[in-house]
Design a protein. Sequence first.
Length: 415
Amino acid sequence: MTDSKRRKGLTVASALLGGVLVLTGCSGGGDASAADGGDNSAAKADEAAAAKSSEAQITITPKDGSNNASINNSAAVKVAKGKLTDVRMTTSDGHDVAGALSADKLSWKPSAQLERSTTYKVSAEAKDSKGRVAHENASFTTVAPANSFIGNFTPDNGSTVGVGMPVSINFDKAITNKSAVQKGITVTSSSGQEVVGHWFNANRIDFRPETYWKENSTVTLKLALDGVEGANGVYGVQQKTVTFHVGRNQVSYIDAATKQMKVTHDGKVIKQIPISAGSPENKTYAGIMVMSEKFQQTRMNGATVGFTDDDGKGEYDIKDVPHAIRLTSSGTFLHGNYWGAKSIFGSVNTSHGCVGLSDTKGAGDPNTPAAWMFNHSLVGDVVVLKNTGDKTVAPDNGLNGWNMDWAQWKAGSAV
């Protein structure tokens, strides 16, 4: 039997078994004919419908039924062989999500970041060149907080900081795949300085150059963590760019032995201020410290940092400490002191570990040494303490990674 006759025989058999023969577009020679006895009405109806159908091809991402979708880039509608005429995106409870159609009407995307752990529905309409309408629908759910991580970073976008300010990122979930996460973070400086990341633990990575940032430079932080798996089943959701400016080079040197602080700009002393550091019983940490916060006035309670009396109350509780500048996360401050005798500054160390400068109650006098220091300081300025009699501050106690040499710092990189 020739191949043509064999195929013809199979076709007839199919017609006999199935009752109705529907011809498709598969190649089979010219043997299929009315002699096959098939009814082509259904095929003709389908062909007629196809002829009237729109050529526009709508694609919605993520695909219908997706879970753990990104809150940044996953939602999008595109069309080929046509133009989008209407797109609607809603939450599962019916609230509309604002979006923007491209000028060429070939794509649409939300105008703002999506919410985590939320189900969205998308319906789209498009027309082809002949005005024929096409529709597409999809539903997806964004990644849940339990399955995602974010990094809280400092400094803020657009801020001006001192030369010692590292980029510090604290993640809300423990990171086990440090290499993948670090590869999703880049920090660059307009000065061209090499910048390296150092992991202090599973939740924190800081970035800095070998020496302080060059004054008047611009630093850019790029987070490309969207979809990066930081731990098993836990994905990043951030995609953003942050820039900050580095101001003048101000470094202050405190000598607890002489009870003096010298403020320098580019290495030149511009101001000398008498101070009172930690007493012999409550020494101040030594080392390089970076200003991390500034408060016009704040409360300082000894109970919060372990200084308590026999009744468990704080050895001190001052509710209006003026001109306070934080140096460590454990509670070391450079601050104004209005309660001590003026004679202690420059002559005796009396504090519980902070560095005090002469000031007045209420922080209203701009002419005091503490007010001058406060007004001439930026978050990120460097303070170097020596001769305190205490150990060097831990690099992760505040923003104080400068107490590691460059080799130690680079050893903490995961890439």
